[in-house]
Design a protein around this ligand. Structure first.
Ligand SMILES: C[S@@+](CC[C@H](N)C(=O)[O-])C[C@H]1O[C@@H](n2cnc3c(N)ncnc32)[C@H](O)[C@@H]1O
Length: 325
């Protein structure tokens, strides 16, 4: 069967499809993030008629594996990306789709001298171990020739099943199934490593780490850009932008925040310590060399002579104070 399909596919270039598995938070920010990251490579995300923005799985067409790796090297909304080998609404449809995938595209990853493992990921359903194993066993029609290695495989494959988004109405069978070769994970780890809970200098309105990175991605901040935050606060957005290699600066109307003095925001601490400031926040993540400066200034009053001075302005402003009010 696979052989027949190989013949069917030979003679025409097969454009690869990729599958993006997205985190189910900040749902409205996911599409602008992925579009912005693709545009950094002069690529666009062509959403088809069947595209469902709220779905945890998006199919991407017309892109290269390098495009996908580039997106995954920055995305906070994307969890993992796969080269999509097949998909369908039922197990039979998935099987037909997989058997139709060009054998020559699969072959490099199924060699006798390579090792592999298959993961099963289910969205909105938890499967018992034995059910996972039987789902993996059911894929035995694929011509895997290498040995299984669960700890350090050369190639990782994944069966992903979508059971919808209603936790109160989980169907027996998935609405959609996908199978693909894992390519890369996104940067969800940044949410933990840059959590404001472990941040040196924080304030009452310090921006959440995940959102800060998403904003830096939306703004397409890149290495050597000069980024300005006019409502800089404790500099969470500067932390995120400097992570992507930008030089950063900011202003804030609040003297104490800019100078890192005054009352601390932590429960167990009364006053800010001697080095609680934005520069120290960048130092914490190894990016002090990208710190330009911060100063006290009312953003409602123009102070910059040259316009545009900055490559990018990234900011979040909840309340605008003005001097004298
Ligand atoms: C939502 S906070 C920004 C928080 C910041 N992103 C962080 O992570 O700490 C808004 C900031 O705007 C500042 N602000 C309010 N009005 C301002 C003004 N007219 N000019 C400059 N800064 C102002 C406040 O002092 C506050 O620090």
């Amino acid at each position: 069967m696979l052989h027949t399909n190989m013949a069917l596919h030979s003679g025409r270039a097969c454009s690869r499809q990729y599958l993006l598995h997205l985190a189910h938070d900040n749902v409205d920010f996911r599409l602008p993030e992925i579009k912005a990251l693709l545009s950094l490579r002069n690529q666009s995300f062509d959403t088809s008629e069947t595209f469902i923005e709220k779905s945890p799985f998006w199919q991407l067409n017309g892109l290269s594996e390098d495009d996908i790796r580039s997106v995954m090297s920055r995305t906070v909304c994307g969890k993992s990306a796969f080269e999509l080998w097949g998909h369908g609404r039922t197990t039979d449809e998935l099987k037909r789709s997989l058997l139709a995938y060009p054998a020559e595209s699969m072959a490099p990853y199924l060699q006798q001298n390579s090792t592999y493992k298959i993961n099963v990921y289910t969205f909105n359903k938890t499967l018992e171990f034995k059910d996972r194993i039987s789902k993996i066993d059911a894929l035995d029609f694929l011509p895997f020739e290498g040995k299984v290695n669960l700890k350090d495989p050369d190639h990782i494959f994944c069966l992903l099943e979508d059971y919808g988004s209603d936790p109160n109405d989980i169907p027996d069978d998935p609405f959609h199934l996908y199978f693909g070769r894992w390519i890369a994970d996104g940067q969800r780890e940044l949410i933990r490593s840059h959590s404001v809970k472990k941040r040196h200098f924080i304030g009452n309105t310090s921006m959440d780490a995940g959102l800060s990175f998403i904003m830096a991605n939306h703004a397409k901040v890149k290495a050597d850009d000069l980024v300005y935050d006019p409502f800089v606060g404790t500099g969470s957005l500067l932390v995120a932008c400097s992570h992507f290699g930008a030089y950063v600066c900011g202003t804030d109307i609040d003297y104490n925040t800019i100078h890192g003095i005054g009352k601390a925001s932590r429960k167990d601490q009364k006053w800010r310590g001697p080095d609680e400031n934005i520069r120290a926040n960048l130092r914490q993540y190894g990016n002090e060399s990208l710190y330009v400066d911060v100063m006290v200034s009312d953003a409602s009053k123009a102070v910059w002579r040259k316009n545009p001075l900055f490559d990018c302005i990234v900011t979040d402003r909840m309340f605008l104070q003005t001097e004298g009010l």
